[in-house]
Design a protein. Sequence first.
Length: 270
Amino acid sequence: MSQAVMTTPAGTQIHARRAGFFRDVLSVAIRALRGIPRDPEAIYPALIIPVFFYAINIGALQDVAERIPGVDYKAFQLPVGIIFAVTGVSRAVTMVTDIQSGYFDRLSLTPINRLAMLLGFTVADLVLVIVLTLPVVLLGIIVGVRFESGILGLLLFVLLSGLWGLAYTGFPYAIAFKTGNPAAVNSSFLLFFPFVFLTTVFVPLEAMTGWLATIAVFNPVTYLLDALRSLISVGWDFEALIKGVAAIALVGSVSGTLALMTLRGRTRRR
């Protein structure tokens, strides 16, 4: 690993001292969080689009969907709005900017832990996506959605949503490290569309038929939505929650592996 070295006029070499892994992560995270107010165009769509789709879906489909016994469509659609709010939201574009400006290369020459260069950004992402869930949850409460699991269930709902958003961020970071192209990173959200539309986004799994029902069974988003919906409509359904956590872990392991591999590949070029 390269270390920053400074030579004094007397010819003495001074080596930069490592700050420690957690200090490195915290420093990168604080810098990423401070950059959020300067990049509002990356945040506003994540607030507006989910609220828009939530309102449209309820207005257009509520009467039809609630013909299915036991379905409260406002509660049923709230997790969908949340998933749209948090999926693909990351500071990966900032990472691309750092790569293009040469800041990433200069940072790589310091004693900073290489893993912290990624984890610091993901810590900032976790904070960001949790904040983004709050307006959608608030809208759901305003229109009458109530959590059968209580306050603790509401907090777990927000946490699971944030962890899903964090699990997905590995994909845009992998693209950022591999391409260094902001347009490619911005298009990473398109990877999510097959996940969300080939699942129980509009109706329960029991109401689906044919090939779409088959795909939905193997789609991890199905189990994430089931877990989030259980906290609203059922209460503490631990089987659904365990499956939801497993779905998050599965997607996170794939995206995280890709991000780490591409990070390693880029730092090796330095």
